[in-house]
Design a protein around this ligand. Structure first.
Ligand code: COA
Length: 429
């Protein structure tokens, strides 16, 4: 199919006309966010009520995500809070469904099945297939559940290999778009992040299979791995730094046990250079999160190394990645999936990489106990290494007393004395 044929499609206004009261809308996100649809979805609010919008982590600050006067007309259900959800949460317009990412499709369909699925897709090929190229987290599960499937066809989206191909004929409605692809804001690494990335790099060997998580730290880690050889990628999220690792030859995927020769991921959230690299490139394989994040799949690659960030860690090794006290900050995402998968991989290593302090150095991320209301995103039973700018704390195979010593040794020096006093009081010592 030629791009000129797309003129025969509908318009975003026509797609919005399909939304009715009571609908449950789901979308693709990240590089495949349907930006035209989402930037105008709020305009239907005057004629609908009880519409729910599922957000896996809708990135743009669209009015439908930020305008709390829409409450009761269009509300937001999310598995992962971002700045819009955090700001709007007190209004009661937002609700969180706690889920591990490998369950995202099935879990959402079980909880509140979408009636509408809207995806930004790459244009049809000669056989009439469009491509869910950059976000396969739950697209297939949503398509099975929805009675209306809407495609925003955007030639800027590359066709990417994997479980991405969908016949255009599955669409109830489609329309063309030419919006630029969304990218994450650049997160430049400072001196502290580079020091941590150096410690993490010392734990990663040639031939390892890596996963890098969300936040500033994992990207800094990616940039510290440029001198490695034959790395593999099995990751929830493809990042800009992974694109750089592939371009510089550090990643070849040659030593992977499953999907050898291919970087496997559920979604991509990176710069244009990453999206360009993925175009028709057989070295990439996008699969649904139910496969990519399944801990038992993850564990099939030997030497699987997961690198994720955290907000707070207690002295026994419990990891909170998603709340500040009881205030929901983000979501579990794939943090537990990959910690579990790496823990069970032969030669695998799990790494939690954090700056020792937050809030401009005023708060230690390592605490005697998690703050009241904190969510335990990763059980202490499967935590392996915690890395800060002060070094590496090994937790796997260590008793609570040993863990406490190891964690205090990598806490910021200003907080070590108080951590030890509190640990004695709590009878951890
Ligand atoms: N107490 C109080 N505030 C804290 C804090 C703590 N213990 N830890 C962090 N903060 C503050 C920071 O200071 C920062 O605020 P500021 O910018 O005003 O200073 C804010 O909270 C965000 O912290 P930061 O560490 O910069 O977050 P990040 O953007 O690097 O993201 C996670 C880190 C943990 C939130 C993110 O990785 C996440 O959501 N993880 C869960 C999902 C996951 O790991 N998936 C893995 C597969 S992709």
């Amino acid at each position: 199919m030629e791009p000129a044929d797309l003129i025969n499609g509908g318009t975003v206004a026509g797609a919005l006309d399909l939304i009715q009261s009571g609908d449950v809308i789901s979308t693709t996100i990240y590089g495949c966010e349907p930006t035209l649809f989402l930037s105008r979805l709020h305009t239907v609010a005057s004629r609908v009520e009880r519409v729910r919008l599922w957000s896996l982590n809708i990135m743009g600050p669209y009015p439908v995500m930020t305008d709390n006067s829409l409450k009761g007309r269009i509300d937001v259900c999310s598995i992962f809070y971002n700045a819009s959800c955090r700001a709007g949460n007190p209004s009661g317009r937002y609700s969180l469904l706690p889920l591990d990412l490998h369950r995202v499709g099935a879990g959402i369909v079980e909880a509140l099945p979408p009636t509408v699925f809207v995806a930004a897709v790459a244009p049809p090929d000669a056989d009439g297939n469009v491509y869910l190229s950059l976000d396969l987290e739950a697209g297939w599960e949503f398509m099975e559940a929805a009675d209306r499937i809407i495609f925003e066809i955007n030639p800027n989206i590359p066709r990417v290999c994997g479980e991405t191909k969908v016949p255009l004929s599955r669409a109830s409605y489609w329309y063309p778009s030419n919006t630029p692809l969304p990218n994450p804001p650049p997160a430049p690494a400072g001196e502290t992040e580079r020091t941590i990335a150096g410690f993490v790099s010392s734990l990663i060997r040639d031939g390892d299979c890596i996963q890098l998580g969300i936040g500033a730290m994992p990207n800094a880690v990616g940039d510290a791995l440029m001198d490695k050889r034959d790395l593999g990628v099995h990751t929830e999220m493809l990042t800009s730094s992974m694109g750089r690792l592939i371009r510089c030859g550090a990643v070849t995927n040659a030593r992977k046990n499953i999907n050898p020769g291919k970087a496997v991921a559920a979604f991509a959230w990176g710069d244009q250079a990453l999206y360009d690299l993925m175009r028709d490139n057989p070295a990439f394989c996008m699969r649904r999160a139910a496969y990519v994040n399944n801990p038992f799949q993850i564990a099939q690659n030997d030497n699987m190394v997961s690198v994720n960030a955290a907000l707070q860690i207690d002295l026994t090794g419990q990891i909170c990645s998603e709340s500040i006290g009881s205030r929901q900050f983000s979501g579990t995402g794939g943090a537990a999936d990959f910690a579990y998968g790496a823990f069970h991989s032969r030669g695998g290593r799990g790494i939690i990489a954090v700056t020792s302090t937050a809030r401009g150095g005023t708060v230690s991320r390592i605490q005697p106990q998690l703050s009241p209301g904190s969510v335990v995103s990763i059980s202490r039973n499967i935590v392996d290494h915690v890395v800060t700018e002060y070094g590496i704390a090994r937790l796997r195979g260590r008793t609570v007393r040993q863990r406490m010593e190891n964690l205090i040794a990598v806490a910021h020096p200003d907080f070590r004395g108080e951590l030890r006093r509190q640990a004695e009081k709590l009878l951890l010592l």
